[in-house]
Write a protein of this length. Structure first.
Length: 136
């Protein structure tokens, strides 16, 4: 699913190559080859023919192509069936379709404001021994 046209304001087309820093307001679609640094306050979409080597920072990220680098999203990462990723992913929500190839660490933060490991440890430790004994 490509970005909505009203938010899409930049495209790197199939057959195009871009190297450098790309900071944009709005969404970016990459169908060509990109190497450098990307930051957007909206959505980054890497199409099936897109090949990206960078760390990605965006509100939403949709990958159908190839990415080498870490992905950080403030809302959601969607990996479509043709996606190939080598890198870590961190986002409140991650959707992975069957067929995706991924090597890296995935951290799903949910709605938690704290470090996810702390949230899980607090949840595990929340039942006291007294509560366990009272249930007996």
């Amino acid at each position: 699913m490509a970005p909505k046209n009203d938010l899409l304001n930049s495209t790197i087309g199939e057959g195009s190559v871009f190297e450098g820093k790309f900071y944009i307001s709005g969404s970016l679609k990459i169908d060509g080859k990109f190497e450098g640094e990307i930051k957007t306050d909206e959505e980054l979409f890497v199409g099936e023919t897109g090949k990206v080597k960078t760390n990605i920072f965006a509100k939403n990220v949709v990958i159908a192509g190839t990415v080498i680098g870490n992905i950080a999203a403030t809302e959601e990462v969607r990996l479509l069936e043709s996606a190939k990723i080598l890198g870590d992913i961190k986002a409140p929500s991650v959707n992975i379709q069957r067929g995706v190839v991924l090597q890296g660490k995935v951290v799903i933060t949910g709605n938690a404001k704290k470090d996810p490991s702390k949230v899980v440890e607090d949840s595990y430790n929340s039942m006291s021994l007294k509560a366990v004994e009272d249930k007996k």
